[in-house]
Ligand binder design. Structure first.
Ligand code: NAG
Ligand code: NAG
Ligand code: NAG
Ligand code: NAG
Ligand code: NAG
Length: 667
């Protein structure tokens, strides 16, 4: 009586474990930046697709994990049944508790497991442990599914186009005040009327002010003491036109929508309210700037800047009041220099980052700081700021207005007049007015950061196209009056945008830990069962169990009761032994019928007989099973004949009480 070898069933579980491990790995990879679908352009273009793929992978691994767990529990269950039937090392043959079987059986519902776990009638510790383990394993799959999707972020990422000749751009340079002279005649154009919006321009800077601080109006209260806790932060990588001038006009890769700058040096600017205790030296730290409009000298502003640290500047701005201005005496009656100023503090540092610029409108789409290169202080001298403004605005104090001579009738820049018009007087009302105060704060931010940005070496020369006319290149020709361009250290390329799913690292670790533990459990159980099976003599391998748990039960198992091992139910192993091929077994299974036995109460004795079961109630009312071990109500089943309904498949003639469990295993 040899059982057919069935390699597939034996390796089935290991295959499942392998499949689950692979899927878990793939899910983890997909969750850490859509690694798997990185090269699928179509998939990456949409946020919802990236989520969809992660979800698909996680569901598939959940499914595989569930199948693996269930296969492992099946294996464990049958192994326990079988090993209990085997002649153990101690020579004892002890049946497995039926509740333990039920606890491991897949057909037992969650409620059934809870009953097994908590019911006092179930005394088997092993059964309770098995129920607990199965309950725990039941929630592992949903838990992993929830974990992986719980804190997933869809983040933009960029795939640079690899070009034959890599293009390099310019990182931001330290300020060079001398280059301000190059803007002769350009000042009003670059400063423009949107002066106060300089730092909020989406094409050159990113406002990184935390939301909580952005709510606070940034002004100064009377006395220069800021009580609002004003703070602003900007990452300032600069305009694409100054960073990567040539690539902007490069017609290649028209479908790549992004310019991607890697390892690009930008500025990190922080602004706070100024400090009333800062004292400006009026000769070294302050300048008065004025302009003429239609020949009239109206208005003037006084800018004071001083270094607190090499990269920390304090600045104050005060305007010539109306009553002096109306007499055109701003440059002669200097009493207004003592008026309270609007104050600001700026800290500057260099910060390396990757920056993505839109090819469509040049705005900054994305940035990411290079964490391996911490920000470094960017030294800015207050005297450099003033020197730059002297060149940009024709300082009326030092350059053209020495010795109180009248201002020329048509001075170069009208910007000081614009500035004078746009800034409010310092009054208590204005200082407490959020609109006025925050506009003024923006103006002062721009006043301090603009020379920093525009006065870099070779700023204007970068814009000169590298054209050659005859022997003379245009770029060479301007070298007499434009400063040389700095070294190109920023890597720039065309890029495609994609979206990545990035799970929070803590949840990812939890996911790997939980699902890994479940897989490990399966491996350990399988190995342990394998070793145990080998140790028990005669049970080198599991018998061929069908994938139908119910069929296995009614063919292979004998259910017995009590010390006397009264057979309650006798399996028919020979029934299946005949079916070496699955198709034959399935054919046989299809020929079987199943009928509801009906409740015991509704059956009369005759009916009972027709079922060929002989129940001896032994005088006990109801004759129902009591709790095991409870002597008085212990079942008094004496004889039970197995139910043989199918004449074609006779019971192999070995059934009977006290025979002990029979296992259709080739021995
Ligand atoms: C600053 O610019 C001037 C010309 O505008 C140039 O001669 C000088 O070398 C530059 N300084 C630095 C440090 O680049
Ligand atoms: C970050 O900086 C390092 C040099 O410190 C550089 O090698 C690396 O490429 C940079 N990373 C990015 C993403 O730019
Ligand atoms: C301002 O600076 C000048 C030049 O350094 C110096 O002579 C003068 O004493 C300073 N004034 C004050 C008030 O510190
Ligand atoms: C200067 O302006 C102030 C304030 O308007 C005024 O009181 C003072 O008389 C003016 N001085 C001269 C010399 O005009
Ligand atoms: C610039 O273009 C990008 C798409 O490339 C778009 O998302 C963004 O809103 C645009 N910005 C402005 C200011 O138009």
């Amino acid at each position: 009586m040899a059982y057919p070898r069935c390699c597939t069933c034996i390796h089935h579980g290991w295959l499942l474990i392998l499949l689950t491990t692979c899927l878990l790995l793939l899910t983890t990879l997909q969750a850490s930046g859509s690694v798997l679908t990185r090269n699928f352009h179509l998939v990456n273009q949409s946020r919802s697709y990236s989520i969809f793929f992660l979800r698909t992978f996680s569901e598939l691994s959940g499914l595989a994990l569930a199948a693996t767990l269930s296969a492992t529990l099946e294996r464990l269950k049958w192994a326990m049944v079988m090993l209990s039937g085997a002649k153990g090392g101690r020579g004892a043959r002890t049946a497995l508790g039926f509740v333990e079987f039920l606890a491991l059986d897949e057909a037992t519902t969650g409620l059934g497991l809870l009953k097994l776990l908590f019911s006092p009638s179930v005394s088997s510790f092993r059964a309770k442990m098995c129920s607990l383990a199965r309950l725990a394993l039941m929630i592992v799959v949903p838990v992993t599914g929830i974990l992986i999707m719980s804190r997933v972020d869809v983040q933009p990422a960029f795939s640079p186009v690899s070009m034959a000749s890599p293009y390099s751009g310019y990182g931001l340079q330290p300020m060079n005040a001398s280059t301000a002279l190059e803007y002769f005649g350009f000042t009003d154009i670059i400063f423009g009327s949107k002066f106060s919006a300089f730092l909020s321009g989406p094409s050159r800077s990113v406002d990184l002010t935390p939301e909580s601080q952005r709510e606070k109006p940034c002004g100064l209260n009377v006395g220069g003491a800021d009580r609002s806790g004003c703070h602003r932060e900007y990452f300032f990588p600069g305009d694409a036109m100054y960073i990567m001038p040539e690539i902007l006009t490069d017609p290649r890769y028209p479908d790549a929508p992004v310019f991607f700058a890697d390892d690009h040096r930008g500025l990190y600017l922080e602004f706070d309210a100024g400090d009333l205790n800062i004292v400006f030296n009026s000769t070294t730290d302050c300048r008065v700037y004025s302009g003429r409009y239609m020949g009239y000298q109206i208005g003037a502003v006084r800018l004071c800047v001083v270094n607190k640290d090499s990269n920390v500047l304090y600045a104050g701005l005060v305007k010539c009041p109306g009553e002096i201005s109306i007499q055109q005496q701003c440059l002669t009656n200097l009493t207004w220099h003592q008026d309270p100023s609007w104050l600001i503090k700026m800290s500057t540092s260099f910060q390396y980052a990757s920056v993505a610029y839109s090819r469509m409108n040049s705005s900054i789409l994305w940035h990411s700081f290079n964490t391996s290169r911490p920000s470094t202080p960017a030294a800015v001298l207050s005297t450099d700021i003033l020197k730059a403004y002297d060149s940009l605005l024709f300082d009326t104090t030092t350059l053209l207005h020495q010795n109180n001579t009248p201002l020329p009738l048509f001075s170069g820049s009208s910007f000081p007049t614009m500035l004078w018009l746009s800034i409010p007087d310092f009054t208590e009302d204005n200082a407490n007015n959020p609109e006025v105060a925050s506009t003024l704060f923006s103006v002062m931010q721009s006043l301090l950061s603009m020379p920093l940005y525009y006065c870099q070496t070779g700023m204007l020369r970068r814009l000169v196209p590298g054209l050659t006319y005859g022997d003379v290149s245009l770029n060479e020709a301007v070298s007499d009056f434009l400063s040389p361009v700095p070294p190109r250290l920023t890597h720039v390329s065309f890029a495609y945008q994609r979206f990545e799913t990035v799970a929070n690292s803590a949840t990812l670790i939890a996911y790997v830990a939980v699902s890994g533990a479940a897989v490990l459990f399966c491996i350990v159980v399988r190995v342990a069962v394998g070793i145990l099976a080998v140790q028990r003599r005669g049970y080198e391998r599991m018998p061929d169990l069908s994938s139908f748990g119910a069929v296995n039960l009614f063919t292979h198992c004998t259910v017995e009761h009590g010390e006397q091992r009264v057979v309650v139910y006798q399996g028919q192993p020979d029934a299946v032994a005949k079916f070496e091929q699955n198709s034959v077994l399935l054919g046989w299974l299809s020929s079987l019928g199943i009928r509801w036995t009906g409740s015991r109460r509704s059956m009369d004795e005759e009916e009972m007989q027709s079922f060929n079961w002989t129940w001896n109630h032994g005088g006990h009312a109801g004759g129902r099973y009591g709790a095991p071990g409870n002597g008085s109500s212990s079942p008094s089943l004496q004889t039970l004949q197995p139910h043989v309904q199918s004449p074609e498949i006779p019971l192999a003639g070995h059934g009977g009480p006290k025979r002990g469990p029979y296992w259709g295993v080739a021995i």
